[in-house]
Design a protein around this ligand. Structure first.
Ligand SMILES: *Cc1c(COP(=O)(O)O)cnc(C)c1O
Length: 360
């Protein structure tokens, strides 16, 4: 067996320890004589799996009691509709458009009400986070929406926008559990888990209780109502049971690493190695304004498309996978999520130095 260094933006690298544990339990989960995949979601064994996952996540993020944790399906993209359907009481919401995912959410919301674009960084290919300290937020906006870490462009909100008292809704798919957060500043925090937590198929929604109501837009499907899932503790129908089990293992792994403060320190250390190299390189350069750089997704270019392609191909040969940038931006992107070991980043930088020397 040989494992590569996987820099994929998602689905992405998972802790090896977690994968091994899951492999050990594949045929017989803790004496039940069956795999978690074969288990009723209403069984005692599964009830413990999902309850432990929730309580470990609550510990990790220090989630206040007046927030519900929901394990849902449909990916982060389903939330683009679910959020306006459940929250747009005044049929108006403010969107900050800092990348493709935020733009998709903004476009989807237009189906359900008036989505007002209050800020954007599209003028410079989403390479920065706009100043959000004094935005023109409509009086009757039901919420302010952000994508906190922009997976494709490699930018991150280092400071939350001033929402002028409105509810903040954040897509944190690609920075989930990468550092501590103050949950009480948000109405909803949500993310697909396949970037930084687990296998594709699970989306986690952390939602303040007062936002969970029966008063949703007419025609909202049962499955798209937060209240239905909250009342049933994520077991209204069959949940993505195996995915939640793996997420639970990752939560335990994170606790063992020292929790989110320790993860932040580790992630900063990893990202610094790569950014420091990019800042002095004569061949490679980062594409993001320094103050807005993401700790998770690091896009870079050589300035020459052929050389970019050569780099990606040679890197793959050397065991560094999925370094090609998103199809809409080109160049390269290294996603260095929680589970990417520091050696992976060190070795990548060594490889980049060698490539630079050979391609002067
Ligand atoms: C990947 C991603 C999405 C889309 O996730 P799906 O689960 O494929 O719907 C949305 N937002 C962000 C920030 C992402 O990185």
């Amino acid at each position: 067996m040989s494992r590569v260094y996987n820099f994929s933006a998602g689905p992405a690298v998972l802790p090896e320890e977690v994968l091994k544990e899951a492999a050990d339990e594949m045929l017989d989960y803790q004496g039940t004589g069956m795999s978690v995949m074969e288990m009723s979601h209403r069984s005692k064994a599964y009830d413990k799996i999902i309850k432990d996952a929730e309580s470990d996540l609550r510990d990790l993020m220090n989630i206040p009691d007046n927030y519900k944790v929901l394990f849902l399906q449909g990916g982060a993209s389903q939330q683009f509709a679910m959020i306006p359907m459940n929250l747009m009481k005044n049929k108006k919401a403010a969107y900050i458009v800092t990348g493709q995912w935020a733009k998709k959410a903004y476009q989807e919301a237009q189906k359900y009400g008036e989505a007002v674009k209050v800020a954007s960084s599209e003028d410079k290919t989403f390479s920065y986070i706009p100043d959000c300290s004094d935005l023109d937020i409509p009086e009757d906006a039901d919420y302010v929406y952000i994508c906190e870490n922009n997976t494709i462009y490699g930018t991150k909100f280092k400071e939350l926008p001033n929402t002028k008292g409105k509810t903040l809704v954040a897509d944190v798919s690609s920075c989930f559990l990468s550092e501590p957060v103050d949950v009480s500043k948000y109405g909803i925090i949500y993310g697909g888990v396949q970037k930084n937590i687990g296998p594709a198929g699970v989306v986690i929604v952390i939602i303040r209780e007062d936002l969970i109501t029966e008063d949703v837009l007419p025609g909202t499907p049962t499955m798209l109502q937060y209240k239905i899932h909250a009342d049933a503790q994520s077991l209204y129908n069959t949940p993505p049971a195996y995915g939640i089990y793996i997420c639970g293992k990752v939560f335990k792994w994170l606790k063992k690493q020292g929790g989110l403060a320790a993860m932040k320190e580790y992630n900063e250390k990893k990202a610094k190695i790569l950014y420091d190299f990019l800042d002095q390189s004569k061949l490679f350069k980062g594409t993001v304004v320094e103050k807005d750089r993401s700790l998770m997704n690091v896009p870079f270019v050589t300035g020459n498309e052929e050389l970019d392609a050569k780099f990606v191909a040679e890197a793959k040969e050397a065991g560094f996978e999925n370094l090609k940038g998103h199809r809409t931006v080109g160049g390269m992107r290294a996603s260095i999520y929680n589970a990417m070991p520091i050696e992976g980043v060190e070795k990548l930088v060594e490889f980049m130095k060698k490539f630079e020397a050979e391609n002067q």
